[in-house]
Ligand binder design. Structure first.
Ligand SMILES: Cc1cc2nc3c(=O)[nH]c(=O)nc-3n(C[C@H](O)[C@H](O)[C@H](O)COP(=O)(O)OP(=O)(O)OC[C@H]3O[C@@H](n4cnc5c(N)ncnc54)[C@H](O)[C@@H]3O)c2cc1C
Length: 490
């Protein structure tokens, strides 16, 4: 069991704050599963007292927040450090042939889940496509590939030294759902998805979730697979409860993406915002006081300054922490800025001249579990060509040659037809060097969560990190709507 791809498992089950009073159900799009024909968001009423707002960062959160503020009649300026908008939502065509494209950053959405995202796609008439990357997954465990059928076969499961309960559970459920075998009875206590405290488990912030699995009877092999030795049990139970409240499994099998790439949505926001978005304008310094904010930024070689009533910070915290803020943030807010942790890794795109895996009678949706390549799957399947684009991921610093060599080392078929490899090395990005918010470690939920969503004077905080579940694009749009509402109503 050693090589079970825990990073992938945790990422996929993790990926995607304070009292419920902050977020109203209508703002969140409701908790009910929404169909593709979800009605578009109603246009908000124009304000009688327009405010001047600077939005820091033109990722999906910044663009969405600015768009919502603009719709309400406020005067917004979005300052973006890099020469493009979209941040971690990045669709790339350059270097790929035959009209192929790939999302180097945010990739998939779910349903239910991503209600605001679906609403915006509908509003801007952006088609959503099914994305079969999680169908018929082949998992490489201890150097051997297993199909989904094999991993539901009790004879195979016995060989992993799982206990009888685990074996029975896994014959009926997907592998990534295994934690639910032990946590299910805990989850119904959480009634408000923005409030993890006060349900009787506050003390579990100091316990690792692995301890709950162990206490509830997990085998050594099961524990190794589920991990969580560092993760706050309260955080993880709450996270699983949020998914349950939203009607989602831990690992949604059916996922979707936007036709022509997910950047279609940031592009649509940016189009509406027009010249309000200023690219190549890194923020250098923020001053704030009871009546407003002053932001210094750079445009070409010149330093410039804008004054405004509010600042909506939509820059991920590690990048935000590099910007001097005067006077200093409140200690509890600074603690959040300094301690919310992120992962960061590289994306690979392999272009091949054919669907070579079909000759080998294999699925290309694979968890490869190699130190240099975690997984592989097909992207842009709808493009009408014999060529294919395959997406992989691995640690930062992996070269195209290393990524290809790793794939070829473990690919279980005879021969591939890969003709080129592109790598996007996120950790090396100057302004967007993080990827996704990590689980909260033991003892940190009580110090972090009560201060993640709160404004610090005239500075408000949105972004994929600033919501209860770190499901990137949905968390970004939810938090953006929250901040637009906070500033509008301030
Ligand atoms: C490889 C990868 C895979 C992912 N997969 C998924 C997925 O499948 N589904 C999903 O929903 N999410 C996914 N995500 C997460 C998702 O992409 C992000 O959570 C989301 O895009 C973050 O949006 P944001 O607006 O909060 O931040 P960002 O996109 O980081 O935007 C912040 C912006 O601030 C700018 N900035 C930084 N410093 C400054 C400065 N000093 N001055 C001005 N501007 C500055 C940056 O250049 C950037 O444009 C993935 C991310 C990555 C990298």
């Amino acid at each position: 069991m050693k090589q079970v791809n825990r990073r992938n498992f945790l990422k996929s089950t993790v990926a995607a704050g304070l009292g419920s009073s902050i977020l109203t159900p209508d703002l969140l799009g409701g908790k009910q599963p929404l169909e593709n024909n979800t009605p578009a968001l109603a246009p908000p009423a124009q304000t009688a007292a327009p405010k001047k707002v600077i939005v820091a960062g033109a990722g999906i959160a910044g663009l969405c927040c600015a768009y919502e503020l603009m719709k309400r009649g406020h005067e917004v300026t979005v300052l973006e450090a890099s020469p493009r908008h979209g941040g971690h939502v990045l669709t790339v065509r350059d270097g790929l042939s035959d009209g192929l494209y790939a999302d180097f950053g945010a990739e998939n959405i779910t349903q239910p889940g991503y209600e605001l995202f679906w609403n915006y796609a509908k509003q801007f008439n952006i088609p959503v496509l099914p994305y079969p990357k999680r169908e018929k997954i082949l998992r490489r465990i201890n150097g051997q590939f297993y199909s989904e059928e094999m991993l539901a076969d009790p004879v195979v499961l016995k060989k992993f030294n799982l206990n009888a309960r685990e074996i029975k559970f896994l014959t009926q459920n997907e592998w990534p759902e295994l934690p639910l075998l032990y946590t299910k009875p805990y989850l119904s206590k959480f009634k408000d998805e923005y409030q993890p405290f006060g349900v009787g488990y506050d003390h579990l912030d100091n316990t690792p979730i692995s301890e709950i699995y162990r206490k509830e009877g997990a085998s050594k092999a099961g524990l190794e697979f589920m991990g969580g030795q560092e993760t706050s049990a309260l955080f993880e139970l709450w996270r699983q409860a949020i998914l349950q409240l939203r009607g989602l499994p831990l690992f949604p099998k059916k996922v979707f993406r936007l036709q022509n790439g997910n950047q279609s949505l940031p592009n649509a926001f940016a189009k509406q915002l027009g010249e309000r978005v200023k690219l190549n304008c890194p923020i250098l310094k923020i001053n704030h006081h009871a009546q407003g904010v002053t932001v210094r930024y750079q445009e070409f070689n010149q330093e410039k300054e804008i004054k405004a009533d509010y600042l909506a910070n939509c820059i991920p915290l590690p990048a935000f922490s590099k910007i001097p803020v005067e006077p200093a943030l409140l200690p509890e807010k600074q603690y959040v800025v300094d301690h919310i942790a992120y992962d960061s890794y590289a994306r690979f795109v392999f272009q091949a001249s054919s669907k070579f895996w079909q000759k080998d009678n294999l699925s290309i949706n694979m968890e490869l579990n190699h130190p240099n390549i975690d997984a592989i799957w097909q992207v842009a399947e709808e493009v009408d060509t014999h060529r294919v684009a395959l997406m992989g991921m691995g640690p930062g610093g992996t070269t195209p040659q290393q990524a290809l060599a790793a794939f070829r080392e473990v690919y279980p078929g005879k021969q591939d037809t890969i003709e080129q490899v592109l790598v996007k090395d996120w950790p090396r990005e100057q302004f967007a060097f993080t990827c996704e918010r990590l689980n909260f470690p033991m003892g940190s939920l009580k110090k972090l969560w009560p201060h993640v969503l709160t404004p610090n004077g005239r500075i408000h905080f949105a972004g994929a990190y600033a919501d209860n579940l770190n499901w990137g694009m949905e968390a970004a749009t939810r938090s953006a709507n929250r901040v637009a509402q906070e500033i509008d109503q301030a």
